[in-house]
Design a protein around this ligand. Structure first.
Ligand code: PBG
Length: 332
């Protein structure tokens, strides 16, 4: 038998069987990588479906606790809470009320499942009557302006109140400048030196947040968020924003949205070296759900591919509305 040396030296494809594929797999996904967002509402006494997010509900406190415990039982370690207050006002006072809906939910969850990590979103948009993430000032001809420093003071108050309720981590999502440093100082001053800050280091002004604004009832009543969220065209700016948050002592970073921003995720992770989460946002969820409902794609396969791609692109953590299902699928 003669051997064609050129052919003999071709590299083998390491894919011939499942075991081989498994030993060469570069990326793995664990249930502990997943964070489940929950919407807690003070306005309802039974769960209400979110029309644009099949499988996602607005929950009264008791149901939110049950949902968190069910996720824990499936293997999820952490939940991220958003609140819908009974009343909204100009200054978003529900965000920093000691009996605010998220404060109540945090207390109830920590009592029912102390080992579950409860992360509290820190923002004003769900609590303000105008739906912006900070305090607004109006000028002539419908112009308005979000007052950065006044907003930061209220966000710091919200973070302290959530930490006092027992939140394990606070996650500012507002994108005001200087908020991480201000929140750190406020937490330290009130004795919460050990509460980490997971900050939305690069949050883009994105069309993919549409369904979330239904779920959290936080759509802006006028204008948009482009003055404080980032331009999807800018990657270097995202790195500068992340570096600023790190300098202000953020402990973990979030990149958001996920799918269209994997390059940003990779670069933020490489640059910061911090635990980095990706937010697989509501619009990414809704589009897969819609296509799956039509029978146009296989939801489970698409979701597992997305999760693996987030990990491959550098995510340590994935904030996803599929957290509980993915955790259950990983056990099968
Ligand atoms: C704002 C906030 C938003 C999301 C999380 N926090 C929406 C926004 O900025 O308009 C979006 C999350 C999602 O779309 O799933 N506090």
């Amino acid at each position: 038998m003669t051997t064609d040396l050129r052919l003999a030296r071709r590299p083998r494809r390491l894919r011939a069987n499942a075991a081989l594929r498994e030993i060469v797999r570069e990326t793995s996904l664990r249930a502990a990588d997943l964070i489940l967002p929950l919407f807690v509402s003070a306005k309802i006494d039974s769960r209400q479906p979110v029309a644009s997010m099949p499988g996602v509900f607005q929950l009264p406190v008791a149901d939110a606790v049950a949902e968190a415990l069910a996720a824990r039982d499936a293997g999820v370690r952490a939940v991220l809470l958003f609140g819908i207050p009974a009343r909204k006002d100009e200054l978003g006072s529900g965000a920093y009320a000691d009996d605010g809906v998220v404060q109540q939910a945090v207390r109830a969850m920590k009592a029912a499942g102390p080992e579950l990590l409860v992360i509290a979103d820190v923002c004003l948009c769900e609590y303000t009557s105008h739906g912006h993430c900070g305090v607004t000032e109006h000028g002539e001809n419908g112009h308005f302006h979000v007052h950065n420093d006044a907003s930061v003071a209220l966000l710091a108050r919200a973070a302290v109140s959530l930490a006092a309720a027992g939140a394990d981590i606070v996650a500012p999502s507002d994108m005001m400048d200087g908020r991480v440093g201000a929140i750190r100082a406020a937490l330290d001053e009130r004795g919460f030196q050990d509460t980490p800050i997971m900050s939305y280091a690069s949050k883009f002004a994105s069309a993919f947040y549409g369904p979330f604004r239904d779920a959290a009832e936080g759509a802006p009543q006028f204008g948009d968020r482009r003055t404080y969220q980032m331009d999807p065209a800018n990657a270097r700016e995202a790195l500068r924003e992340a570096a600023t948050d790190v300098a202000e002592s953020a402990d973990m970073l979030i990149v958001k949205p996920g799918l269209p921003y994997l390059d940003i995720l990779w670069r933020v992770k490489e640059q910061s070296g911090l635990p980095t989460a990706v937010y697989n946002v509501s619009g990414e969820y809704a589009m897969v759900k819609a296509a799956a409902e039509k029978g146009w794609l296989d939801e489970r396969a698409a979701v597992m591919e997305m999760m693996t791609a987030f990990k491959r692109a550098g995510a340590d953590l994935i904030i996803t509305y599929w957290a509980r299902e993915v955790a259950a699928w990983l056990r099968e």
